[in-house]
Design a protein around this ligand. Sequence first.
Ligand SMILES: *Cc1c(COP(=O)(O)O)cnc(C)c1O
Length: 468
Amino acid sequence: MQPKKSDWENLDVFIREFANINQEFIQGLDNKRVASLDNPLMLEKLSEKGVDFQSAIEKLKQDIIPNLSASRGPRYWGFVTGGATPVATFADWLISTFDQNVSIDGDSIAANIERQTLRWLVSLFELPDTFDGIITTGATSANFLGALCARQFAGNQQSIDVAKQGVTGLEIDIFSTTPHSSMLKSLGMAGLGQDNIIIVDSLKNSEAMDVNDLQNKLDQSNAKSKFIIASAGTVTGTDFDDLVSIAEIAQKHKAWLHVDAAFGIFERLVNQEKLSCGLEQADSITLDSHKWLNVPYENGVFLTRHLPILQASCDVPAAYLPSTGESPAFMSLGVENSRRFRALPVWMTLLVYGKLGITSWVKNNIDCAQLFAQKIKDSKEYELVRDCQLNVVLFRPNCSDLSLEDADKKTDLFLQRINQQGRVFLSPGIWNNKKVIRAAFSNWQTQKLDVDIAITSLTEIADQYHSY
Ligand SMILES: *Cc1c(COP(=O)(O)O)cnc(C)c1O
């Protein structure tokens, strides 16, 4: 088969299939197994002549769709997973239709929509107007940009242009307490080294940084430059570093302060006294739109108060590229040169749902997490490992008479059975050296009814366990 321009005359055929698949998939989510655990590896040969569209659709329906997860649905509580609202989904469909390349200005309005989206996000999270940045593929790539900026900034302090000369000779000490694994990956990719972190103590029974220990460790450091990686919402404990104190210390030591606030930043919408207070002082911030903003993958944001440092890190040195206007081209602010119009679903989400709409689903998620935690606490079969701090619940089956090792085994087994049953999907974690089960609430659709369904599933799993 070859594509023909006249295929567009049959656009209605595509749209009809598209509508059918969408309707069946989205409306069937509530009754679908939340995760597909045993998936066949497809080992067919590459097709030489191709197949017709209808056969491809048949294959899609037979082999692929039944083996997808319901990760956009209300009871996928693994990791921190957002769904996708109707409006964000709609806008995301259109990205493919429009197929813009948002790398430079000069051929469409798309880059300016991305700029407006960034301004709206800065306003949504009540950050100072001095923050600017770029839409990324997710929090990992935003954390990577944070690492790139930190090393460029360190280079400036040491008269090395890292982007041009490399990291050789660069002296930088890195401080963090509970960096997300993607931050470690980013340090590796940035040539700073995953193992080169000076781990700062955490506060007792928390993943948050002990600021006194940070102070001590910085005082002991002889490196010419310093890089502090703080967290606003750790992925297991949802703990927040004391950013006000950390920012003050960072300033004193002329350190770059990067804050990974991938999902924790949404706390700013619901708390009067913000756990992330001090975030305004960060040099750079990571946040995810494909988590709590409920925009389809891949969508994250990197913000910084020092756009020229970001630009120096990512500048595309090509003479043929026109430099129009005062704002740097997006291709000179991030990893990719060619870029999807991924601002559109964020822009449309902010436009349609507004601050209040978004706040309402964030609040509802926190309420559902609290309710689930309470029900776990009340049950004889399960134990709540830690009081719920935000939107993540840490629990395990009742292990009161078990050794550490047997408790971990029982927890693994329960998690496996819960996910096999398929009414809710959960993921593992570690808390105080114990294996735990994590339930993270960040889908706009999740309701109290879903909490009841999950509790019913958990009760059944516990009953089955006793009947062995
Ligand atoms: C999810 C998450 C990341 C990684 O985000 P991706 O969007 O999956 O790349 C980084 N940091 C934190 C705190 C997260 O929760």
